[in-house]
Design a protein around this ligand. Structure first.
Ligand code: PGA
Length: 303
């Protein structure tokens, strides 16, 4: 049967409207053009597809049979077009992501793995602290945000995808380095190196001490995890950082995790965007990838 998709669409329009005239209106064609296409289709299938009774046309048994197939063919074609469009979007898309500075310890590897699957995409990554991430969400100027805790006062779509334990760290030479069951109260007279205002890590750390009504003695304030780690190694004080940031230092024994009550503070990582945001095909694929695979890629609980 050498019939065309155009003929099937016209045939379907006549069947749906019970009329050649109305089908012609819907398709913005002339009525003779519609009749001609249906006639040619009937010649190709070798049977009548409609019978006319007064002004109304009715499908014949053959017409009814063909209509079922026609609907399936056209809907499959629509589906194929949609899938191909999506693939085009994913292969050439632009992905803009903003991550917490602490998340930047795993974000590059996450992006590298994703990039292997979609090599032609362009990624724009902004690394900032919690405050900066809230601004991105407010302005809706990035596809995806990865943060330690979704905001309470904004309408967002947030999914938790991985643990984010915060540990108390010390230099390997610290007097508490090998002590077991340290009470949090024992740390009250030790100086802590603390992240800048606006950092999610800092907020969690202050909350932990405040909840227990303990005093947190602040030594120096630094705006990166790297600076905190270096300062702790140099013996300038203790620190509280995400375990994601210290994998290398633990391996080389440059830093130790202290065995302190109530620690680790178990936080989590969330993938977030404004509620109702229409994600691009590539952003949607990235979100699905993170939710499905990130946890297996970065298992901090085994450190
Ligand atoms: P941050 O990490 O301390 O780098 O802002 C984000 C968070 O843990 O919420």
């Amino acid at each position: 049967m050498h019939l065309t998709i155009r003929q099937l669409k016209i045939f379907q329009a006549v069947a749906d409207n019970d009329s050649f005239t109305r089908a012609a209106e819907v398709l913005h064609l002339s009525q003779p053009a519609v009749s001609m296409q249906v006639k040619q289709l009937e010649e190709k299938v070798g049977q009548s597809l409609f019978e006319q009774v007064g002004k109304r046309v009715y499908l014949t048994a053959a017409g009814q049979e063909l209509l079922g197939y026609s609907r399936r063919i056209i809907s499959l074609l629509d589906e194929a077009a949609q899938v191909l469009d999506e693939m085009k979007g994913k292969q050439r898309g632009r992905l803009s992501i903003a991550v917490a500075s602490t998340a930047n310890y795993f974000a590059p590897l996450l992006l590298a793995t994703f990039n292997q699957r979609f090599p032609n995409i362009k990624v724009i990554l902004d690394v900032t602290n919690r405050e900066g991430l809230l601004k991105h969400l407010n302005r809706n100027d990035t596809d995806i945000v990865i943060m330690g805790k979704p905001p309470d006062n904004m309408d967002v779509d947030a999914h938790r995808f991985m643990d984010n334990p915060l540990d108390v760290i010390a230099s390997g030479k610290d007097e508490l380095a090998h002590k077991k069951n340290i009470r949090l109260g024992e740390l009250q007279n030790r100086d802590f190196l603390i992240r800048e205002k606006g950092s999610g890590t800092r907020i969690a750390m202050e909350k932990c001490f405040a909840d227990k009504r303990l005093n947190l003695s602040i030594g120096m304030e630094m705006n990166t995890n790297e600076a905190i780690k270096q300062a702790v190694q140099a013996g300038l004080g203790l620190g509280i950082v995400s375990r994601h940031t210290i994998a290398m230092e633990l391996e080389t024994n440059r830093l130790v995790i202290l065995d302190v009550e109530s620690f680790p503070i178990m936080r989590h990582w969330y993938i977030v965007h404004p509620a109702g945001k229409r994600l691009s095909a590539i952003a949607d694929a990235f979100k699905a990838f993170v939710l499905k695979e990130a946890e297996d890629l970065f298992n901090v609980n085994s450190l």
